[in-house]
Design a protein around this ligand. Structure first.
Ligand SMILES: [Zn+2]
Length: 295
């Protein structure tokens, strides 16, 4: 009897804690929002007009000439390795940022051509982004032989660096979001992006005010207990946390279903049980803004 009452008590307490954490963190709270909305690029006293700035930044013919202006809004760039990374791992954050009127961009560094279906996967990625709220003009898919969808190939840090830096410059990016050193799933292509961003940050090659957030990799047990993992994410330290509710989960699921070529049985289980469908927690990478000079 005592054991039974204890089990019931623990169950009720855990359910309450999940609800508490959800209501506490399901909104992009002001202090979290401030963390990723640091004003950047300033040119004289130029006034910032989001519409003008965005339209010029999106003009493919004048990318190099995009003006650097004062931007008080969040301009987030997700850097991923393959089509489907955006919804498998980052859906809660993308949905929250889009909802909070941030300008959200995606740079996908490969076409996901591992099974020679790169063309189809490109289309699926654009469909998925449309569901998540990222317009197609904000999506860039790199098709480069040096960046194949292949965990056995070491991606070039120099090439990834130049692609990311070009995006930061052209779209006045204020925050970069990507994987951490374990790549969430351990995929070498994911880890290569983290290594490159770490290098850019420590070498002082990112513009002042630009932040990097790396998505926490977690243990298998935590990864596949869906919303039950919420209190654990809340208790453990993180620099940025995004949690979504049922309505947003349905959008994330719809985005996942856009990747029709990847819908194997285990992917359907992932949609049901992965904690990344509900929760994202990030760690900020320290960005050095100046190179140290020794005289
Ligand atoms: Zn991937």
């Amino acid at each position: 009897m005592f054991v039974f009452i204890t089990i019931i008590f623990v169950f009720v307490a855990y359910t309450i804690s999940i609800k508490f954490v959800y209501y506490r963190y399901s909104q992009l709270l002001p202090h979290l929002r401030n963390k990723i909305s640091t004003p950047l690029y300033t040119v004289g006293n130029a006034s910032f007009c989001p519409t003008q700035e965005r339209s010029s930044a999106l003009s493919r013919n004048s990318e190099e000439d995009a003006p650097r202006v004062t931007a008080s809004e969040t301009r987030a760039l997700f850097v991923t390795a393959h089509p489907d990374d955006e919804c498998m791992f980052f859906a809660p954050t993308i949905l929250k940022l889009v909802e909070s009127q941030a300008a959200v961009y995606l740079l996908c560094l490969s076409t996901g051509n591992y099974n020679s279906d790169g063309l189809q996967r490109k289309r699926e990625l654009l469909d998925s982004c449309a569901v998540l709220g990222i317009p197609s003009e904000h999506v860039t898919i790199i098709d480069d032989k040096e960046l194949p969808d292949d965990p056995t190939v070491q991606w070039s840090t120099a090439l990834i660096s130049s692609l990311i830096l070009k995006h930061i410059r052209n779209y006045s990016i204020s925050v970069l979001l990507t994987f951490d050193g374990s790549g969430v799933s351990g995929h070498a292509n994911h880890i290569a992006i983290y290594v490159t961003l770490r290098h850019l940050a420590s070498a002082g090659r990112l513009p002042e005010g630009c932040q990097i957030l790396s998505l926490h990799s977690i243990s298998l047990l935590r990864k596949y207990v869906s919303v039950l993992e919420l209190p654990v994410s809340w208790l453990l330290p993180s620099d940025f946390c995004c949690i979504i509710g049922w309505k947003e989960y349905k959008r994330a699921k719809k985005a996942m279903l856009c990747h029709r070529s990847q819908l194997l049985w285990f992917r359907r289980l992932y949609i049901l049980f992965s904690r990344y469908m509900f929760v994202n927690t990030f760690q900020a990478i320290t960005v050095e803004t100046k190179n140290v000079k020794i005289y």
